[in-house]
Ligand binder design. Structure first.
Ligand code: FES
Ligand code: FES
Length: 163
C-alpha cells in the first residue's frame, strides 16, 4: 500500500507516493536519495538517523512516513550552502569531532536542535541533548567542545541556524 506525502525537505517541497510501511529514514534515504542520514540500529538506540522534524530532533527510524505528511524536515544535506559549511559543521571539523563520521550527521542535527532551544547551553545540557547519539570513536570530549565553540561563534555572529 502506498501513502501520499506532501512535505518540505531542506526547504524543497516534495510530493511523493511512498510505501506506507516506510519509516522517515527509509523515505529520506531510499526515495529522496538523502543518504547523509545514517542507518545504525533501526530501533532508536544509536541516534545516527537523527533529523529535524518541525524543529525537533527525532530518530527517523522510529517515525513512520505517513506520520510526517505536512511536516518540515531538515537533514544534514540542508546545512551547508554550496561549499560554505554551516558554523556547526566547521566547529566539528576544527575540534577534531569527526573521526569515522558515521555519527556526525545525527550529532549535527541534535546540536542544531539544542542551540535552537538554548543558544548558550551548559555542558550538562549539551550532554543531555546528545545522550541519544552514540559515537564509538571520539570519546565525546571533542564533540562537546565543538558544540561549545559553535555556540560561541553563533553568539558573536548571529545568524539563523537554518536558512
Ligand atoms: S538508526 Fe535510528 S536510532 Fe539507530
Ligand atoms: S566519529 Fe565514528 S562513530 Fe562517531
Amino acid at each position: 500500500m502506498m501513502t501520499f506525502l506532501d512535505v518540505r525537505v531542506n526547504k524543497t517541497r516534495v510530493r511523493r507516493f511512498v510505501p506506507a510501511h516506510f519509516t522517515l529514514l527509509r523515505f529520506l534515504r531510499e526515495t529522496e536519495g538523502l543518504t547523509g542520514t545514517k542507518c545504525g540500529c533501526e530501533i532508536g538506540e544509536c541516534g545516527a538517523c537523527t533529523v529535524l522534524l518541525d524543529g525537533k530532533a527525532v530518530n527517523s527510524c522510529l517515525v513512520l512516513a505517513p506520520e510526517v505528511n505536512g511536516a518540515d524536515i531538515w537533514t544534514v544535506e540542508g546545512l551547508a550552502e554550496g561549499f560554505d559549511l554551516h558554523p556547526i559543521q566547521k566547529a566539528f571539523l576544527d575540534n577534531d569531532a569527526v573521526h569515522c563520521g558515521y555519527c556526525t550527521p545525527g550529532l549535527l542535527m541534535s546540536s542544531i536542535a539544542l542551540l535552537n532551544d538554548d543558544p548558550d547551553p551548559s555542558e550538562e545540557k549539551i550532554k543531555t541533548y546528545i545522550a541519544g547519539n552514540l559515537c564509538r570513536c571520539t570519546g565525546y570530549i571533542p564533540i562537546i567542545n565543538a558544540i561549545k565553540e559553535a555556540a560561541r561563534i553563533l553568539k558573536n555572529e548571529p545568524r539563523p541556524l537554518l536558512k
